[in-house]
Structures are given as C-alpha cells and as structure tokens.
Design a protein around this ligand. Structure first.
Ligand code: GUN
Ligand code: ZN
Length: 426
C-alpha cells in the first residue's frame, strides 16, 4: 500500500459539473488501484498513521491527463511551417511517417513518444500510429512495458498518399485484425480501427473498416472529420456519392458511440444532429486548429447540439503533448468565439470528460476508489513567475486556471501510472 498526502482535486461528475478538493488530502493506492481518498483528518481519526505518507503539502495532486487524439510518429513534425493542413501533410507528415517503415526507428520513436506523454502528465491517449504494422506493434509494446492504459491503431490509407504509405483494403484489414488479436484487451491496451480520413481511404477500405469494427465490438474507431475547408472540398470530389463529410463514414458503418472524430470544425446542423443521435464523439484540438489555421471550433454550438466533445493535442498539428497548454489554447479559441471556458470545465474535459468520451470512465478519469491509480503532481519550478502567480490564487479553480494558462511539461513534477512512478522531476 502506498499513501500520498497532498492537496488533491478531482472531478466526480461532468454533467452537471461536480468536483472535490481536499486542502489536506490522502490518496491510498494498492496494487495499482485507488483504495481510498479523503481528507487527512478523517484518515487520522480512523487510526491511520499519516507519517507513512509521501507528503507534498504544496503540490497539487490530480488525475493523469487523457488525450483523445494524437499521432505518435508526428513528434518528428511538430513546429513545421505550412500554410494549411493538406500542404502540411504532403510536405512533412507523410515523409516523416515513411521513416516508420524502419522497425528500429519506429521502436525508438515509440519510446520517445510514450516518455513525452508521461512527461506531460498524460497517462492515457488514443493514438494514430502510421500504416506500418511493426511500428504499431512497437507502440503497444512501449505502453505495455509501462503498464499504461493506451488505445491505438494502425492507420488505414489506400489512396491519395505516397505509395509506400499505402496499404490495400485487404492488407489493412489483415494487419488490423492481427493487431487486435494481439493487443486489444491485453493488460490495459485497446485497439482503435483507424482509417486516417475520407480522402486517403477508398470506399472499399472504409467499408472494410466498418466491418472490422463490427467483428470486434469492444474496439474503437478513430478518424478525422471536417477539419479544413480545402479538405472538405476534396472529400466531396473523392466520395461524390456522399451527401456530406459525415455521410462518407455513416455509409460505411463508422459512426457510433465508440467513434472519436478529430476536429469537426465545419459540421452542418444536420451532421451535428446525426452525430449526436449516433453518439459519436468529437475531439477538439485547439492547438492544432490554431497552428494549421484550420479554424475556431464553436464549442457552445457543438455542446448545445448534444454532441460529446473531448479535448486533444493532435500532435504534430498540435504544437506539443502538454494537455495544460492545450487547455490554454482551448480557452483562447473559446474567447474568440464569445465563450469563456471555465478552468474546472476545461480540467474536467481533460480528465473525466475524456475518459467518458472513450467509454473508460469506469476505470480512469478521476481518483474514486476502485479506479486505476493514474495521477500526477503539479508544482511550479522554484523561483518561477508561475510560482509567484500561484501564491496569489484564492481558490483551486483560480490555481487550475493559472496552470492551464502558464503551465506546460515543466510543472508536472511526477507522473504515476497504475500507482508506479514514471517520471520525477523535482
Ligand atoms: N487529417 C488526416 N491526417 C491528418 C493528420 O495527420 N493530422 C491532422 N491534423 N489532420 C489530418
Ligand atoms: Zn489528427
């Protein structure tokens, strides 16, 4: 049994939003699972010896972050100048993903990617790898070794990308099936059937992806949807039979409550309504949308349409793996849309909300007893302006707001996965 004593905050309900803060809290972890959480005073009254706690009175202990949309090979293309999405894919992303045909390269990069997530305080992610089976294997292995809960998939793409990145509808299914049988449900791992986006998959491949998902009902689906105006126009040319972007996926059995769609910036009222009815989720990727100039998501409109919205980095369109920076960018995007995102709402999205979007809230997302012990400590670097600003905070909401506006990897002082430390900076 491990005991941690700190200031602790976690979200216990997303709608309506509800959270708990312990100014002096204790978290008990046994065999990778949260056994108990509460005020130190209660533990003391119950005869618990508080001196055995790992005590960090000034830190803030919170659940590990969850990233619902990120590309592991794209750690190599973060910060690559480009006017727009399609140009950026052609110029940097596809060439970078081609390097992942080399197994040794892919294995080293998988390690760096997972370490990057953990350094940023992200303990679970839904990850696009690339089209190579061995590269996908390497990523699952890197997560398994660390006991992480991770969902990932080999990217399906059989057209409109460089030939060496293309699979075929059949090869894509064969490779995905192999990976599902090997990894889905093993330890804390899960598989997402991953057609990249409508432009890079033929109708036959999208249909095969939908069929594959139905063959393995516990899996997930991840793809991109309505991210950029030029992209949407191209989808119309590539799939002329469809009435709109969402319909490309609907016609192929890819829209349901296990599907997470990146972006969704330009969805029509009809698409939103159909997405809400089917229970499909969106991943809001503010850093990526700003960096690629894709647009400003109208989160209020999406929420009022009844569509579940998660939040994600979308590295390498996104400019880093830090969910704190992503929340800061989300705030700024919402400001420009006339909506001021509250810190606790943002923080709820990056933890319990994202867990809900992936159907994983019975295992992760907060620190209720019985959940998996994925958590992090936040603390400012010594002598930092951030530290000075935090000292002036009058509430934990204000503190979280300051962290999301000023924080990054540098404030994650330790990351725990299944109760085991993965990284300690200070
Ligand atoms: N659409 C298709 N592929 C990608 C990708 O790798 N990143 C982003 N942001 N959008 C995409
Ligand atoms: Zn993406």
């Amino acid at each position: 049994m491990n005991a941690f004593r700190s200031r602790i905050v976690h979200v216990i309900e997303t709608a309506p939003l509800d959270w708990v803060y312990f100014e002096d809290g204790v978290l008990l972890v046994q065999d990778g699972i949260v056994r108990d959480i509460g005020p130190a005073e209660r533990f003391e009254k119950e005869g618990f010896d508080l001196s055995q706690c790992d005590w960090r009175p000034n830190d803030l202990l919170i659940p590990g972050f969850i990233d619902t949309h990120v590309h592991s090979p794209q750690i190599d293309v973060i910060a690559s100048w480009s006017p727009r999405l399609l140009d950026w894919l052609d110029r940097y992303t596809f060439p970078a993903e081609l390097k992942f045909a080399d197994e040794a390269y892919a294995t080293a990069a998988a390690d760096d990617f997972i370490n990057g997530l953990l350094a940023a305080g992200t303990t679970t992610a839904m990850v696009f790898v690339t089209s190579f089976l061995a590269a996908t294997d390497a990523l699952f292995e890197a997560a398994r070794m660390r006991g992480m809960r991770l969902i990932a998939g080999k990217v399906l793409m059989d057209q409109n990308v460089p030939a060496a990145l293309c699979d075929t509808a059949q090869q894509g299914v064969d490779d995905s099936r192999y990976l599902i049988e090997k990894w889905h449900g093993k330890d804390r791992l899960g598989y997402a059937v991953s057609p990249r986006f409508a432009i890079s998959s033929s109708r036959a491949q999208l249909r095969a992806a939908g069929d594959l998902f139905r063959e393995f009902p516990g899996t997930w689906i991840q793809t991109h949807l309505s991210e950029d105006r030029e992209e949407i126009a191209r989808v119309r040319e590539v799939h002329p039979y469809a009435r709109d972007y969402l319909d490309v996926y609907e016609q192929n059995g890819l829209v349901n409550d296990r599907a997470v769609f990146g972006h969704g910036l330009y969805l029509s009222d009809s698409e939103l309504e159909r997405l809400a009815t089917a229970g499909g989720k969106l991943a809001f990727c503010p850093s990526s949308n700003l960096f690629l100039g894709s647009g400003l998501l109208d989160m209020e409109r999406i929420r009022s349409a009844g569509v579940d919205i998660s939040i994600a980095t979308d590295v390498g369109g996104g400019t880093g793996l830090s969910m704190l920076k992503t929340l800061g960018d989300a705030y700024k995007v919402c400001q420009l849309r006339g909506y001021s995102l509250e810190a606790m709402d943002a923080f709820a999205m990056a933890t319990l909300g994202n867990a809900r979007a992936m159907g994983l809230d019975s295992c992760i997302g907060n620190l209720e007893p019985g959940k998996e012990a994925d958590f992090i400590f936040l603390s400012p670097p010594d002598g930092s302006i951030l530290g000075r600003r935090l000292d002036l905070c009058l509430s934990v909401e204000e503190e979280l707001f300051v962290y999301m506006m000023l924080g990054d990897e540098g404030v994650i002082s330790e990351t725990f996965v299944g109760g085991r430390t993965m990284k300690r900076i200070r």
